[in-house]
Design a binder for this molecule. Structure first.
Ligand code: GSH
Length: 219
């Protein structure tokens, strides 16, 4: 199975995390947004949404979108709950991540850490920061209610909802938001990082998740 990604994509990281936890072999095809790879006609022919992550299965079928990819790969595993109500709750949290959590946190990381093309006092940064803090507060409330060994919507084993919420929560400090104000979330981040099979953002570089420039990374 081929995963189309970029080196720093948090959305693609979700799929790599699940593959690591499940021991699924993935061949990465790492593209560059700056080089225009996602606008390449050959890529768009396969993946009209024009984004990563995108999966090409062994039988040639193509699948876009992180949430869809997680759900497809997690079927028949403990990462996708069997109870229909828990499944619906997982989808609710994954929709929340896509609409209200990832967008402001991704923009803060992009503007303040990766591109560094915005001023922390700019109105749009303040607005994303307020939205991100609100989303993190909702996550914190849910995780605090789950207790010190619980997960977002399940008790004994994390689900793909935890994986969907993980990358952009982990990146929050890159956008100027410390997770110290969210203790249950901070502890949950650590527990995910300790789960067997965990893959850091950059392979073999567990301390480089917050790297901001390609130059800091080994080739
Ligand atoms: N809803 C999509 C969002 C994917 C997304 O935003 N991917 C980014 C990289 S993290 C991307 O491809 N950006 C390039 C673009 O949108 O042109 C998902 O969850 O898979």
């Amino acid at each position: 199975m081929i995963l189309y990604d970029t080196r720093r994509s948090g959305n693609a990281w979700k799929v790599r995390l699940l593959a690591g936890f499940l021991g699924l072999p993935l061949r990465r095809r790492t593209l560059s947004i700056d080089r225009g790879d996602l606008r390449d006609p050959g890529f768009l022919q396969k993946f009209p949404f024009g984004q990563v992550p995108a999966l090409e299965l062994e039988d040639g079928r193509l699948l876009a979108e992180s949430a869809a990819s997680l759900q497809f790969l997690a079927r028949d595993t403990p990462w996708w709950p069997t109870n229909p109500f828990a499944q619906a709750q997982a989808l609710a949290w994954m929709s929340f991540e896509q609409e209200r959590h990832m967008p402001p946190l991704a923009q803060l990381r992009l503007r303040l850490a990766l591109h560094r093309d915005a001023d922390p006092g700019e109105p749009r940064i303040l607005s994303w920061s307020a939205q991100a803090r609100h989303a993190l507060a909702l996550l914190e409330r849910q995780l605090a209610g789950a207790g010190p060994s619980g997960w977002l919507i399940t008790a004994d084993h994390p689900s793909i909802a935890d994986l969907a919420l993980y990358p952009y929560t982990r990146f929050a400090p890159m956008g100027g938001i410390s997770l110290d104000a969210y203790p249950a979330t901070n502890a949950w981040v650590d527990r995910i990082r300790q789960w067997p099979g965990y893959q850091p953002l950059f392979p073999g570089q567990p301390d480089m998740d917050f790297a901001t420039s390609e130059a800091e990374l080994p080739a």
